[in-house]
Design a protein around this ligand. Structure first.
Ligand code: DX5
Ligand code: ZN
Length: 226
């Protein structure tokens, strides 16, 4: 993975057909998705439950781009090696998931992955200020994590602040929640480069009608770059 700040669209398979992940992943990649965003939820840190390491390992066989794994679980540390083994390229943990995010990010890198740190909407940018040298990505949640299809919370001030704090470090700013053609330009204008999108990519399409995914991805990218 080489670092750049071009806009990257990361479709979230939370909005895919859960009985057909392999074809869904291949479809979003064929249709121009840059990364594959994988939402892991534990029914404890967030009020929803998705899948764990064995499923993520099975997804890996279908991913040819970047597997971006977003952990909405607590605790994180006991599972880091399992997600490395599952083939995550980027492993993102929430700063709210425990008291020792610094140690968690070190452990993620030590396991051979890029380390991401995510912030809930109510958490200030300053919560990650002293973690930026240990992070490859900061994920700004623009909805409360747990579900796809929620409305975008305008946190552009926080994104701008993070962009300033990051300076010339090779740290991505990823936005997760409610990204669509209306909100993408706002967050990219504030300094984001990775746009997670679930409902806005999968809306109206299916694996048998995957060109709709492509149209949705191209529309978000055009809005973001425009
Ligand atoms: C929410 C997840 C998101 C979700 C985004 O907890 O982290 O990745 O899939 O879905 P949309 O794009 O529909 O808001
Ligand atoms: Zn996510």
């Amino acid at each position: 993975m080489t670092f750049d700040r071009r806009v990257k669209i990361a479709p979230s398979i939370l909005s895919a057909d859960f009985a057909d992940f392999g074809r869904e992943i291949r479809a979003i990649e064929d249709q121009g998705g840059d990364w594959v965003h994988v939402d892991v939820m534990d029914g404890h840190f967030v009020p929803n439950l998705t899948f764990g390491p064995p499923a993520v390992k099975a997804f890996r066989r279908h991913v040819t781009t970047v597997m971006d794994v977003h952990l909405m679980i607590a605790p994180v540390d006991p599972y880091i090696d399992a997600y490395a083994e599952a083939g995550a390229d980027i492993l993102t943990a929430h700063v709210e998931a425990g008291p020792h995010t610094h140690r968690t990010l070190q452990a993620i890198r030590a396991a051979g992955m890029k380390a991401g740190v995510a912030l809930n909407p109510g958490t200030p940018a300053e919560a990650v200020e002293h973690l930026l040298d240990l992070a490859d990505l900061v994920c700004v949640m623009t909805v409360n994590p747990g579900f796809g299809g929620q409305s975008f919370l305008d946190l552009t001030g926080k994104i701008r602040r993070l962009r300033e704090m990051i300076g010339d470090r090779a740290v991505h700013i990823e936005i997760d929640g409610g990204v669509d053609t209306r909100t993408a330009p706002l967050v990219v204008g504030a300094g984001a480069d990775v746009l997670v999108a679930g409902s806005a990519v999968f809306r109206g399409g299916s694996v048998d009608n995957a060109h709709v995914y492509g149209e949705n991805i191209r529309a978000i990218r055009a809005a973001a770059e425009g």
